[in-house]
Design a binder for this molecule. Sequence first.
Ligand SMILES: [Zn+2]
Length: 505
Amino acid sequence: MTLNWYLTTSIPYVNGEPHLGHALEFVHADVIARHLRARGRLVRLQSGTDDHAIKNVSAAAVADVPVQKFVNFNAQRFEQLGAALEVQFDEFLRTSADVRHAPAVRSVWNACKTAGDLYQKEYAGRYCSGCENFFSSDELLDGLCPEHLTPPLTVSESNWFFRLSKYRDQILELIESSALLIEPKERRNEVLGFLRGEVLDISVSRPAKRTGGWGIPVPDDPDQVIYVWFDALTNYISGLGFGSNQEEYERWWASETERVHIVGKGIVRFHAVYWIAFLLSAGLPLPTRIYVHDYLTVNGAKISKSGVQTASPLDLITQYGADALRWWLLSDPARVGTTDFTIDRLVGAYNRDLANGIGNLVSRTLSLNTREKTWDITVEEPDSNLGQELLARAATLPAEIDQWIENYDFRSATQAICEISDLGNQFIESEAPWQVVKDAESGSRAAAVRFESTLDVLQRACLVAAIELKSFIPSGGHNLEFHLRSGERPPAPVFPRIEKGARRQ
Ligand SMILES: [Zn+2]
């Protein structure tokens, strides 16, 4: 396994408050980072904000605030969300504020130009300002943008074009050979389908007048600004110091590393095709993996960033805690297909898996451990099938979780942890150690051995689960581990039951 891992989230445009989809992506990236660190890898996790999106310009105009001030304010809320979710970013790059970014973008641009891949062309096409993308007629859904279901604008202008067509076969080969891995395979197949069709060159600049001058000017052509996707995608290397800190850049991007982008399904093509082509053209190394998450709806409705917030992640954390929101985002959403968020589902998953599941098991285990001991015996391996099964499952849990994380499957990973607590709770019921201990206290040596062995199995299994849990829900996981190691009972449950609408204690 590779030692150095560089992980990125996509960088959201900041025309409003962060929504649940952003929380999902932040948490996914954080769990992979924590998991790999726990396995001894060196990890760098980067996120940030796409400040130069035209949507930011129009939202700032509506709010009647200068664009820079507007994006500064909103970007803060995304950083706040990361902190509230206990997500640890090593770098949070803001494309309009970080002095390293624009020079890096110009440098990639110039490299593409030197390669002969940029040319000027008069262009008319159908453009969705929501996507900041041109669509061909067969990509439209009944004449509407497939993403926003709004009619595209017919735009006619002179733009710089990038020779995407030139790189089609090369990118196809990279993905078919898995040199560039895309998970899940459904998303990989979509990209392959796109590449097997006709791939046209793409426009990579916009008239500066249309953006009000907001954006990075095209080198030697100040009437044009660089297409926001060309600009935004470059954050993945500008944040490493491409062109400003060669050593760091090479350490994470231009050596034997895994370079992983975590993105939503709506922007796979930008990452798996456009970004790869820009890098190939500029003669730079490529990412090695793209992990694609699906969409969430809230109470059955599509999440709209500019619309009414029905489930603000910051509010959910205030009310139910970071553990509860993280746990839902990891355990419930489908790997492929839209998942609906409701408060009932969040509360249900937390109470079932954490409060009644592992939390209850650890609490029962710790309360057994507080007995005054009048015996001196050696613990034995369990003779019950359940006890043996529990230990066997605990022993394989870390490797199992490695595999699920490798497959970008958090639902299965969290399920594996729940299986330990389910088995543990069954085991404790069947052993009834609170009965056995009475016989031990009356002097039965066999009962004492049985009691201590049961306790030993429970402690070992719980500890493995708690250690693994730390990558998923850091606060709760650390808390469980601390109490299991110290044998000290927590003054209050680590995972107190929560109720819909009730304030958190
Ligand atoms: Zn659109």
